[in-house]
Design a protein around this ligand. Sequence first.
Ligand code: DGI
Ligand code: FE
Ligand code: FE
Length: 197
Amino acid sequence: MNKKERIELIKQIEKDLGYGRFIHTLGVAETSANLAMRWGVDPSAAEQAGLLHDCAKCLPLAKMRKICLKEGMILNDYEQDSAALLHSKAGSVLARTKYGVTDEEVLSAIKYHTTGRPAMSTLEKIVFTADYIEPGRESAPDLPQVRRMAYENLDACVFKILGDTLSYLARSDAPADPMTRKTYDYYASIQKLQKEN
Ligand code: DGI
Ligand code: FE
Ligand code: FE
């Protein structure tokens, strides 16, 4: 994004989101850019992904479904009825069609920001993590520790977030998407490998 595109995007996002969601979005964008500086990826791409990660969040579920289906996406039974899961997929479509994003890495970071996926790119891990640790978040367990981990060991941080998310879903009787479990299992193996070496 150049300077003008950045300003236009922030203006547009402010219009399209509720104010609370907009403030969260700014937190995720700034945190993503900071993590990008720490982990050696393009801060501008990270900021763009952060700004757009929840761009579909304020749409009705039926609209999210329509956006995904029009794109030929096949939705599983968990996604069909869950705005919590669908907004990231619909968001990646809107980022391209409505906000003109062409960078596939950015689109993918938006698409997987809720469930993650095995073997995420650094940018994907950054947006996934920034969403959880941005300054406006307050309810997650061990936040000070998770925030520090994000700057020390990104894979360990992603694993911790996935574990805590699965516990939270179990406590709330919400079904975990198979992708969230698969991502957890993958990062569990990565952690095991890192500890062995
Ligand atoms: O959109 P945000 O609220 O900023 O954050 P998010 O995109 O990470 O979505 C968070 C919500 O999604 C949170 O309430 C937990 C929920 N979630 C995360 N993984 C899963 C999930 N919900 C279901 N049903 N299944 C999952 O695997
Ligand atoms: Fe989200
Ligand atoms: Fe978010």
